[in-house]
Design a protein around this ligand. Structure first.
Ligand code: NDP
Ligand code: 2IT
Length: 443
């Protein structure tokens, strides 16, 4: 079944390799579940779920500081509205293309379902590279991007948020432009500033949520996170707040990376050093190498941190950043738990190494769902026109991550007791969306 199905997906979506990869993983997980539940096959749910409800591709012209006209490409993939408005981030990165955004939108559908909140799945972005651009350039780009995107989104239609290259600054510029165009102050984006509709804990949510899920996974083996040496990749939003929560819970993070290389700080990245990283990355927009210069530790140019001995790993940069060899090295060095802050950071061959090694492996759609879950909480607060306290939001986030763990265990537990979180997340995320599609007729 998987083979024939994938042949058609590949033929219909040529060249979209990341999308093929994401679909194959889900279809492989679902194979035996679908055999036991033939209604999903009869209703052609798989064939329908891999076809976006709508894809929008548009021109984004803007003017740089030298007065030159620049043109980028903008996208929004509206993948599924079965259980709520399209919801998912925007990525600004030069590698962005249709296949990458379709893989991200596809993953988002299952992830959002797992949160238990009423959110469909979408993703968007642009091949715009914010690196080295002035604030004014970023603002002009965001305004032009939103001028077109505003026609397609709305608080009950499609609610974008951040992803790689899109943080509080970009959300602010896009929100401002949407408001001018529509003359409406609504929750059309999440990740907003705290003074104008944003939710407490949204900036922290993805990293915090990943650590919460890791703790649940550890509990199944009677292990605690205290004292665990952790490797973390990336140094952006997800990596920063993964480290913050690891420190709160007494773990020892020792690495950070960016697209140029990684730093290894065997003494541990403490609260003070983390503050330096926040300032370096979010305000000065510098490179992670500066950490090594400042704190006198090792910097590895052009390398990823997976060769460093650790108890737990938190890939939090980008897709396919752990290959088979990296996975083998991690397992050989005694790593017992991989928690994916990033989307699809492990290749299929790497996942196979983790699963066959019976490692605690939390795939992105379960492990990083805390970000979008807290976006869902931001939407609720916007609808209610009030804001919850930090404690209230963090408690809800924590409960959601515990529930996600339970869902994964319910659908992913194997006869020997091993929890296959990949199968658990894929089946658990699928069922609610598929049932909604059946209820709603041929949509
Ligand atoms: P940021 O833009 O804040 O940070 C991204 C980090 O990853 C940077 O350190 C960046 O390095 C590095 N990176 C990006 N692309 C590459 C690449 N091709 N190779 C090596 N390093 C790279 O993004 P986020 O922290 O928000 O996102 C990180 C991951 O988490 C992504 O996979 C995203 O999809 C996922 N995610 C994010 C959520 C969120 O709420 N923000 C929610 C759920 C998942 P550099 O600065 O050199 O580019
Ligand atoms: O991949 C993701 O889940 C995100 N980038 C966050 C999406 C959101 O709508 O908060």
């Amino acid at each position: 079944m998987v083979k024939e199905f994938m042949e058609k997906v590949i033929q219909k979506n040529p060249g979209e390799i990341e999308f093929h990869q994401a679909v194959r993983e889900v279809v492989e997980s679902l194979e035996s579940y679908l055999k036991n539940n033939p209604e999903y096959m009869e209703k052609k749910i798989l064939q329908r779920i891999v076809e976006p409800e709508r894809v929008i591709i548009f021109r984004v012209p803007w003017i740089d500081d030298q007065g030159e006209i620049c043109v980028n490409r903008g996208f929004r993939i509206e993948m599924s509205s079965a259980i709520g408005p399209y919801k998912g981030g925007l990525r600004f990165h030069p590698t962005v293309n249709l296949g990458i955004l379709k893989f991200l939108a596809f993953e988002q559908v299952f992830k959002n379902s797992l949160t238990g909140l009423p959110m469909g799945g979408g993703k968007g972005g642009s091949d715009f590279d914010p690196k080295g651009k002035s604030d004014n350039e970023v603002m002009r780009f965001c305004q032009s991007f939103m001028t077109e995107l505003s026609r397609h989104i709305g608080p009950d239609t499609d609610v974008p948020a951040g992803d790689i290259g899109v943080g509080g600054r970009e959300i602010g510029y896009m929100f401002g432009q949407y408001k001018r165009l529509r003359n409406e102050f609504t929750g059309v984006l999440t990740g907003k500033g705290l003074g104008w509709g944003g939710s407490l804990i949204r900036p922290e949510a993805t990293g915090y949520g990943a650590v919460f899920l890791a703790c649940e996974m550890l509990k199944t083996r009677n292990e605690s996170i205290k004292g665990k040496v952790c490797t973390v990749s990336g140094s952006g939003n997800v990596a920063q707040y993964t480290i913050k929560k690891l420190l709160q819970l007494g773990a020892k993070p020792v690495t950070l990376s960016d697209s140029n290389g990684f730093i290894h700080d065997p003494a541990g990245i403490d609260e003070k050093k983390l503050q330096f990283v926040l300032e370096l990355k979010n305000i000065k927009r510098g490179r992670i190498k500066e950490y090594a210069d400042k704190f006198n530790c090792e910097y590895y140019e052009g390398k990823r941190p997976w060769g460093i001995k650790c108890d737990m790993a938190f890939p939090s940069a980008t897709q396919n950043e752990i290959n088979k060899q990296d996975a083998e090295t991690l397992v050989k060095n005694g790593c017992i738990c991989i928690t994916e802050g990033a989307n699809m950071p492990s290749t299929p061959e790497a996942i196979e190494v983790f699963i066959s090694g019976k490692i605690l492996y939390g795939p992105g759609k379960a492990a990083n769902a805390g970000g979008v879950a807290t976006s869902g909480l931001e939407m609720s607060q916007n609808s209610l026109r009030l804001s919850w306290t930090r404690e209230e939001v963090e408690k809800r986030l924590h409960d959601i991550m515990i529930n996600i763990h339970e869902t994964c265990a319910k659908y992913g537990k194997e006869p020997d007791g091993f929890i296959n979180y990949v199968n658990g997340a894929n089946i658990g995320g699928f069922v609610k969306v598929a049932d909604a599609m059946i209820d709603q007729g041929l949509v």
